[in-house]
Write a protein that binds this ligand. Structure first.
Ligand code: ADP
Length: 545
């Protein structure tokens, strides 16, 4: 196996390297840029080693939110983010994020510390069958067999996360690997994996698809988040405009072609789905979001042309007329070639365009009417109308909640691809703040000044609400030492105390115990450097930190 240039080996066979450093170097070699997590025994050293090598580490309040953030990085950049968690409960908290990433087909690497190998089956601290637990939530789940094996597993996990249908991958790191030293010359860092190969559809199938589109009376393009992920915005927009086809974005497909494009029929969604006779699916599954492709939401004889990178997806729930297996951007270009060869346009004066335009007009009028209501408290439409007025055109919109997300989607406009993040395929609530943090760190590096707007329902916000502390923390690795947690209690009607002295502690405790009418939160300031008394045996304090 060729040794990568980035190998640490200097030819000095005495030089040692820790497992933590090997993990960080292997991730860096695979061009991983971002890591989110909640550190503790045994993974703190991994986060520090990653930071030393220039990987951005963001410490979060909960592993689930950290995992949401890492997965959003994967969707936004096409390179997996890493979620770093501790053993047992830490890993279990991350499973929700892994499942969400896998369901969304987003690349993600979860690295979980696990109990020491020589304590396995003995009831070790936070012992749990982690590799097995992650199998249901990932496309690849493995534990390296030695620290020399770590770079090979990391390369495979990164590659698996982005090749084919993207998804989540899990790497299990036993605690003893983190501090174990290996000889630098014995570690081979596998070179960065090649970018995912681009697959194209068979030419005869592309010709058939073009012919089915040309013969359609009521055609419709549906643009899903697979199209956004594959960066197909240029080719799909060209296809829309060149052929004058109506298109409908799915929630996260919004912005691949701007929402205010004249061919966007989002405002006539139900009508478009119900009466289309030919539907081209650009990276959108016929799952619950698209009502399974079945009547009564669709015509029984509607012809589906399915474009997807995943062969197993083709034919789910309906029997498609044409299947185009390949990368959406590449296949869209193949379709364009057909319409370049023999130009064709769907007529603007067709009955179908007329029907759609009329429906859009009447639906827009109803929304406008609701938005103009001046009654208080405001209704959703009024709120979103005012939010939309002020939204920067290039901002990321993160949205979750029931009505908040559903109504917000119809009013808040996306003009750019991969700029809307929401509850997604899994309908997961609590994703918002993690996604917003990911969008903010990616924007900071790639498009400074771009804003992230989180539009959340109360309930959805509550799931990961404490991540506001992550958002406010500088540097992101630390928690804020003087956070006024007591104000959280007062926000909901309880009482809070901020306590610095033994007298204040005595008084507030007395008050809290006497008053049975409400809950109390006593926020006590502790010397940041204070720790346990010296221990005779290093048990849970094995970490070098
Ligand atoms: P939406 O929720 O927007 O309807 P889905 O998540 O249901 O979208 O569908 C996305 C689809 O896109 C998945 O079936 C996935 O396999 C596919 N996909 C992801 N990346 C690509 C790509 N580069 N080329 C083709 N299809 C892709």
């Amino acid at each position: 196996m060729p040794r990568s240039d980035s190998a640490e080996g200097s030819g000095n066979s005495e030089e040692q390297v820790s497992g933590a450093r090997v993990i960080a170097q292997a991730l860096k070699t695979q061009n991983v840029e971002y890591m989110f997590g909640v550190v503790g025994i045994p993974v703190t050293e991994i986060a520090l080693a990653a930071q030393e090598l220039g990987i951005r580490y963001i410490g979060m309040r909960n592993e689930q939110a950290a995992c949401y953030a890492a997965s959003a990085v994967g969707y936004l950049t096409g390179r997996p983010g890493v979620c770093l968690v501790v053993s047992g409960p830490g890993l279990i908290h991350a499973l929700g994020g892994m499942a969400n990433a896998n369901m969304n087909c987003w690349p993600l690497i979860v690295i979980g510390g696990s109990s020491e190998r020589n304590q396995e089956t003995m009831g070790a601290f936070q012992e749990f069958p982690q590799v097995e637990a992650c199998r249901l939530y990932s496309k690849f789940s493995a534990r390296p067999t030695s620290i020399e094996h770590i770079p090979i597993v990391i390369e495979k996990a990164v590659r698996s996360s982005i090749y084919g249908r993207p998804g989540a991958c899990y790497i299990d790191i036993p605690a003893d690997f983190v501090t174990l030293q290996g000889n630098v010359d014995s570690i081979w860092y596998k070179e960065c994996c090649l970018p995912p190969p681009v697959s194209m559809a068979e030419t005869p199938a592309v010709c058939t698809a073009a012919s089915v589109i040309r013969n359609a009376k009521q055609p419709l393009l549906i643009i899903g988040k697979g199209a956004a992920y594959s960066h197909a915005e240029g080719s799909i927009r060209k296809l829309v405009e060149q052929c004058n086809l109506p298109f409908l974005p799915t929630p996260m497909g919004k912005g691949v072609v701007p929402d205010n494009h004249p061919n966007c029929v989002g405002a006539a969604r139900s009508r478009a789905l119900q009466f289309a006779d030919v539907i081209v699916l650009f990276g959108a599954r016929l799952n619950w979001i698209l009502h399974f492709g079945l009547p009564p939401r669709y015509q029984a004889d509607v012809k589906f042309i399915q474009i997807d990178i995943c062969a197993e997806e083709l034919g789910n729930n309906v029997r498609p007329s044409v299947t185009l297996l390949g990368d959406i951007n590449a296949v869209s270009k193949q379709l364009l070639e057909q319409f370049d060869k023999t130009p064709w346009q769907f007529p603007t004066d067709s009955k179908w365009w007329k029907t759609l335009r009329e429906k859009m007009k009447s639906n827009e009028a109803v929304s406008k009417e609701l938005a103009s209501k001046t009654t208080l408290p405001m209704n959703y439409y009024t709120v979103f109308y005012h939010v939309q007025e002020q939204l920067p055109r290039d901002c990321f919109i993160v949205s979750e909640g029931a009505n908040t997300m559903d109504i917000g989607r119809t009013v808040l406009q996306n003009y750019l691809p991969r700029h809307r993040l929401d509850a997604g395929t899994f309908g997961t609530m609590g994703v918002g703040l993690g996604f917003a943090i990911a969008a903010a760190v990616v924007a900071k590096d790639r498009s400074p000044g771009k804003r992230v707007i989180c539009v959340e329902g109360d309930s959805a916000f509550g799931f990961s609400g404490m991540e506001v502390e992550t958002i406010c923390s500088i540097p992101p690795m630390c928690l804020l030492p003087n956070s006024h947690y007591e104000q959280v209690m007062t926000a909901f009607g309880g009482k809070g105390y901020f306590v610095k002295t033994p007298e204040e502690l005595q008084n507030s405790l007395r008050q809290a115990l006497e008053d049975t009418s409400k809950p109390y939160l006593i926020n006590i300031m502790i010397e940041p450097q204070s720790t346990r008394k010296a221990q005779d045996f290093h048990w849970l304090t094995r970490s070098n930190m």
